[in-house]
Design a binder for this molecule. Structure first.
Ligand SMILES: N[C@H](CCC[C@H](N)C(=O)O)C(=O)O
Length: 290
């Protein structure tokens, strides 16, 4: 008789980037098991359908409320996911974890999130300082003339930012995989963002961005760390002069800005929607990994 486990999950959406969320404080799945769950349930049509799987885990360090684990749809672990982090903060708050801001640990360091009580209100994620952008990295792939500038930046995970005059016409399904697998970016590869500078609206800079995500191996409707990567390169290179920066992605709008903090410092933030789509259960065969 095959054995099964009834797994409760929550499907969440962050600007079109969608996730299966599991409360691993109760299940205590290993990383290998979480990766297996991602591979089994993220595929669309035959699974629940999601870009990745998030797990809420107990904190390992004092002074943080929880730990975030993230696995891409193909089961590869992601060090950080900006939209996922905002969704998991909402999930943690709904699960009764208290803190304002919520403080959590990831494989990319400690983050904080502000989650308003209104479930439709945007969730704001504060990021640790981001290192330099490497302009014109020596890529093995010849860049199309349409790509005006390329930059590599680490915003919790690896991102390539390519400036183009129009994102709408970019053949992302062809260029995305080539650049994502570029020999110069191995072994980890990079998510690939195409960025169009689209002027200013209501005193905010506007970027239009499309992202090809490693680990999903496809274009997603939005990418939080990609929005931060695009906004930081645009700000530091002087492509935009007004803060905050609205990043328009196919699935929604994310805002990147700097909030004045204590001691004259500023804190980098990413803000956008993070909502529950539905809650459900699946019957999972056990053991998940043999
Ligand atoms: N969608 C995510 C990024 C996932 C990163 C992942 N694709 C990787 O680098 O392995 C975000 O909102 O930041």
């Amino acid at each position: 008789m095959p054995r099964t486990l009834i797994l409760e999950f929550t499907k969440m959406n962050g600007a079109g980037n969608d996730f299966i969320v599991v409360d691993n404080r109760f299940y205590a799945f290993s990383d290998e098991e979480l990766a297996a769950l991602a591979r089994r349930y993220c595929p669309r049509r035959v699974g629940i359908g999601a870009d990745g799987l998030l797990a809420l885990a107990p904190a390992q360090q004092p002074e943080v409320h929880y730990r975030m684990r993230y696995f891409n749809a193909d089961g590869s672990p992601g060090t950080m996911c900006g939209n996922g982090a905002r969704c998991l903060a909402r999930f943690a708050q709904m699960a009764g974890i208290q803190g304002n801001p919520l403080c959590f640990e990831t494989d990319a360091g400690r983050y904080q999130a502000e989650v308003p009580d209104d479930p439709q209100a945007p969730v704001r994620l504060y990021l640790p300082p981001v290192g330099p952008c490497k302009m014109q990295p020596p890529l093995a792939t010849p860049l199309d003339a349409e790509v005006e500038t390329a930059a590599f930046i680490w915003t919790g995970t690896e991102h390539l930012v390519c400036r183009v005059s129009s994102v709408e016409t970019v053949p992302i399904a062809r260029w995305g995989p080539l650049l994502r697998h570029d020999a110069a970016l191995q072994p980890r590869g990079a998510n690939v963002n195409f960025v169009e500078v689209a002027g200013e609206q209501h005193g905010r800079s506007v970027l239009r961005v499309r992202t090809y995500e490693k680990g999903v191996e496809a274009e997603t409707l939005a990418c939080g760390t990609g929005a931060v990567a695009a906004a930081l390169v645009a700000w530091r290179q002087g492509w935009v002069r007004q803060l905050p920066i609205e990043v328009h992605m196919p699935g929604g709008v994310l805002t990147v800005g700097f909030q004045p903090a204590k001691d004259g410092e500023t804190a980098l933030y990413l803000e956008g929607p993070a909502t529950v789509v539905f809650r459900g259960t699946v019957e999972v065969p056990v053991p998940l990994v043999s």
